[in-house]
Ligand binder design. Structure first.
Ligand SMILES: NC(=O)c1ccc[n+]([C@@H]2O[C@H](COP(=O)([O-])OP(=O)(O)OC[C@H]3O[C@@H](n4cnc5c(N)ncnc54)[C@H](O)[C@@H]3O)[C@@H](O)[C@H]2O)c1
Ligand SMILES: [Zn+2]
Ligand SMILES: [Zn+2]
Length: 353
């Protein structure tokens, strides 16, 4: 085991700082992972990369960046009960106290302990490094048929979307609208396909993203964002609108489109974070008996269930990765993700498979 390693930090001025730091030792109940894949999320750009905007659970504490890690256990600290050296794992990216009502539901994202709730890459060291410490209770086993790049994306994006889609329910009865075709919206397209959605319509402002959604066959129809979107969606759905909508854009107009393009009795889920939305409750939701859900990450058991489903569905989140970088190139990786002219962007500190 080397004594030192490279690690990436985000000073908050649209740059990445590489530092050489000590390789940490796992304490009781912790493991040391050799990080194999670490993907970049829209939240990293929105809350940390350009400026340290986040507060509370989105506050960045100057730690090693990266909240979507997958890797291999290279050392297990004392007291580990299940995971051992050699295991391939992904990390549920928020470590909670384990004892509050939210943690007991598996939603460590919503842990209420001010002392123990710490998210990897936000308040404790994350995956943009050669090695990282993770608590054993935060690990999910990665089956042999899934790659580390598959696993890294389950840690946040695919896990988040799966939870949101399970809340609104997706089946062959449903036409689904996805607003925002960044990596999270692309994940929604990929999962809606496997859940049997009858028709998938995607909207974005960036041609590059519309093209990725089309070329990977994640949407049946892609629309450029604009004031005519609600009518266009109705035209594609017999004049009624979609049964289900998923906002992955966080944009006010796109959110309003998702609400208005959902038909009577329909359901939508808001996943994109930050910003606002304006709508008129009576015509837009109340009189049409519609339901709006909010969904924040996922429970760890749902994430584990998704891993099993990915194997059975033969679905590889890695397919939406358009660009891979070495750890030394982390600055280029964040800069590219900030442009939006890409699918998922990944950093692979070790050789990924
Ligand atoms: N709820 C959660 O738990 C959770 C978890 C992970 C990420 N997120 C959030 O999900 C969102 C998406 O994440 P991502 O990694 O795909 O980020 P991203 O920023 O790459 O994706 C957002 C997409 O929305 C598009 N967009 C912007 N304005 C639009 C408009 N008017 N109409 C249609 N599309 C528009 C952008 O072009 C971009 O492609 C972010 O807000 C992120 O913070 C939420
Ligand atoms: Zn994320
Ligand atoms: Zn807790």
């Amino acid at each position: 085991m080397p004594n030192s390693m490279k690690a990436a930090y985000l000073p908050g001025n649209s740059t990445v700082e590489m530092r050489t730091v000590s390789v940490p030792k796992p304490a009781h109940g912790e493991v040391l992972l050799a990080v194999k894949a670490s993907t970049i999320c829209g939240s990293d750009i929105r809350c940390i990369y350009h400026e340290h905007l986040g507060k509370g659970p989105e506050g960045y504490c100057g730690v090693i960046a990266g909240h979507e890690p997958a890797g291999q256990v290279v050392e297990a600290g004392p007291g580990c009960r299940r995971f051992k050296v050699g295991d391939r794992v992904l990390v549920y990216h928020i470590s909670g106290c384990g004892l509050c009502p939210d943690c007991r539901r598996g939603f460590m994202i919503s842990c209420t302990s001010a002392e123990y709730r710490r998210a990897y890459g936000w308040q404790r060291d994350g995956g943009m490094a050669e090695f990282m410490i993770a608590e054993e209770k935060d690990l999910i086993l990665l089956p042999d048929s899934l790659t580390y790049l598959d696993g890294a994306q389950v840690a946040c994006g695919f896990g988040t979307v799966y939870e949101g889609l399970e809340k609104i329910g997706i089946s062959g009865n449903d036409a689904v609208l996805i607003t925002g075709l960044g990596p999270v919206g692309l994940a929604a397209g990929a999962l809606c396909r496997k859940l049997g959605a009858e028709k998938i319509i995607g909207i974005d402002v960036l041609d590059e993203r519309l093209e990725i959604a089309r070329s990977l066959d994640l949407c049946d129809h892609v629309l450029r964002s604009g004031p005519g979107n609600v009518q266009q969606v109705r035209d594609l759905t017999g004049g009624h609108g979609v049964e289900r909508a998923v906002d992955c854009s966080a944009n006010a107009e796109a959110r309003a489109t998702a609400i208005r393009a959902t038909r009577k009795w329909g359901r939508m889920v808001m996943i994109g974070e930050g910003g606002s939305v304006t709508f008129n409750p009576s015509p837009d939701i109340i009189h049409d008996q519609k339901t709006i859900y909010g969904s924040w990450v996922s429970s760890i058991w749902r994430m584990e269930e998704l891993v099993e489903k990915l194997v059975r569905w033969n679905l590889h989140p890695e397919d939406i990765v358009t660009h891979r970088f070495t750890l030394d190139q982390a600055a280029d990786a964040y800069a590219l993700m900030a442009t939006g002219k890409c699918g998922k962007v990944a950093v692979c500190p070790g050789e990924a498979r």
